[in-house]
Write a protein that binds this ligand. Structure first.
Ligand code: PMP
Length: 448
């Protein structure tokens, strides 16, 4: 954003100096961490905030983080959705405490498994379910099942999608063609040979991609949330669903992020009936667990396939998936955390946040906007919403984003390191939202 580039570069330097001055213990520990961890972190994404040293946490409870320097933060990142229902929701923590002394993993169903199935079926209107450890793995399984059941090799995704580090979907649209997504480390496979990519909201391109009857599955988020947020045009999903049915392509809806839209996810709000539904990250309150659901007809075909397939490993699943500990957390989260009341709080407070940001943008006549979907809002440094992921990615303003993240963090507010995403949890308090808005006021004042 050229209008702010000079002031943002100078402010960024100042804020970095402030972070260093206020985090002596963090910096000391960062040195020690660098002895044994790559870049000082146990997972390389943990440096995505691009801070002088990554925050090192002492504690995360509710909507608040405390770092090793004793500084506290109102957390609007919430583990990029993994902690969407707050850190250590009490019902989940209690279920974990109990299960901790009754078996952690046995590779067998437990007392909780039947209840978990009932709760999932009731909530998402799909009768049959499976559990994996991550949303990546749930999506991987869905694509494998879809290919096996349809006998088709191709899958279809939207440009700019992210469904986890699942190889088949790491493709982009380049001059009308699928290409393997750049930036992957040590990747030698060509995923574009079995994947097709079209722009979100482009029904004509979607029909062209499906029309030869070779696509097993369309895997999509109901709203794109991983390239900024791109909303579906009215009727897009109704028409897309019809196209999938017409060309016998299975529709898999990934609600991992859009579980923030309402108690039953975003597809339900749209009246969309998927063949598969995937939810991960927060579905067990932050325990590593994901689920995928499917129709009775698909379940029948899957059972038949398991009975009749040649002997040998299915090539799907992991040993610890659906373990006793995670299943206990899943039940507690579905039953006692993801309640209508919890969602009412999240959605109302998120509206306050988004409206507050919009008001300030309007008052400052700034060429920015806010996109919000349920409890998830994003501040975007362009005047109008993007219609495609390509437009959305082109709108990124890395220096300004980095400055905003650091400016807020230095003042006790943490937002997601990707595209200014702010998520409101059931534990988030109104004064935390007000504090974010106040800090945003100060930020705007300094920037101008
Ligand atoms: N689906 C969506 C929509 C996601 O955004 C992500 C991760 N951001 C995943 C799946 C994968 O989740 P995980 O990394 O926990 O496997």
């Amino acid at each position: 954003m050229s209008r702010f580039s000079a002031s943002s570069a100078a402010l960024l330097e100042r804020e970095q100096r402030r972070f260093i001055a206020e985090h002596p213990e963090t910096l000391r520990r960062d040195k020690a961490l660098r002895q044994h961890w790559l870049n000082g972190v146990p997972m390389h994404w943990m440096t995505d905030w691009q801070l002088p040293a990554p925050l090192i946490l002492r504690e995360a409870t509710g909507s608040t983080l405390t770092d090793v320097d004793g500084r506290t933060y109102s957390d609007f990142c919430l583990g990029d959705t993994g902690a969407m229902f707050g850190h250590s929701p009490p019902a989940v923590a209690n279920a974990l405490k109990h299960q901790a002394t009754h078996g952690l993993t046995c590779m067998l169903p437990t007392d909780h498994t039947a209840r978990a199935g009932e709760l999932l079926a009731e909530r998402f209107d799909l009768p049959y379910w499976q559990i994996t450890q991550t949303a990546t793995d749930a999506n991987r399984a869905v694509l494998r099942w879809a290919r096996a059941l349809t006998g088709r090799k191709q899958i279809l995704v939207f440009d700019g999608c992210y469904h986890g580090s699942l190889e088949d979907t790491l493709v982009r649209l380049d001059r009308g063609k699928a290409v393997t997504r750049p930036g992957q480390i040590g990747q030698v496979a060509d995923f574009a040979s079995h994947a097709r990519v079209v722009e979100f909201n482009d029904l004509a391109a979607l029909e062209v991609a499906l029309a030869d009857g070779q696509v097993a599955c369309l895997l999509a988020e109901p709203v794109m949330t991983n390239a900024g947020m791109v909303l579906p045009h009215e009727d897009f999903w109704a028409e897309a669903r019809k196209l999938c049915t017409r060309y016998r392509t299975l529709l898999a809806i990934d609600e991992t992020h859009t579980l923030s839209s309402g108690p039953r996810g975003h597809a339900h709000r749209l009246g969309l009936d998927p063949d598969f539904l995937i939810a991960g990250k927060a579905i067990a309150g932050g325990m590593p667990t994901a689920v995928y659901g499917f129709t009775a007809e698909l379940a029948r075909q899957m059972e038949h396939l398991l009975e009749t397939k040649p002997s040998g490993h299915s090539g799907m699943g992991t040993t610890l998936a659906a373990n006793a500990l995670a299943t206990a957390a899943l039940v507690a989260c579905l039953q006692d955390v993801m309640t209508d009341d919890a969602y009412a709080h999240m959605l109302a407070l998120s509206t306050t946040l988004a409206d507050g940001l919009r008001k300030r943008i309007d008052e400052g006549a700034l060429p920015w906007h806010v996109t919000s979907v349920g409890a998830r809002s994003e501040l975007v440094f362009t005047p109008t919403p993007a219609r495609t992921a390509r437009e959305s990615l082109a709108a990124a303003s890395p220096t300004l984003e980095r400055l905003l993240h650091l400016y807020l963090l230095n003042r006790g507010v943490l937002v997601t390191p990707f595209h200014n995403m702010m998520l409101v949890s059931p534990a988030t308090a109104a004064d935390q939202v007000q504090a974010l808005l106040d800090r945003f006021d100060e930020f705007l004042h300094e920037l101008s």
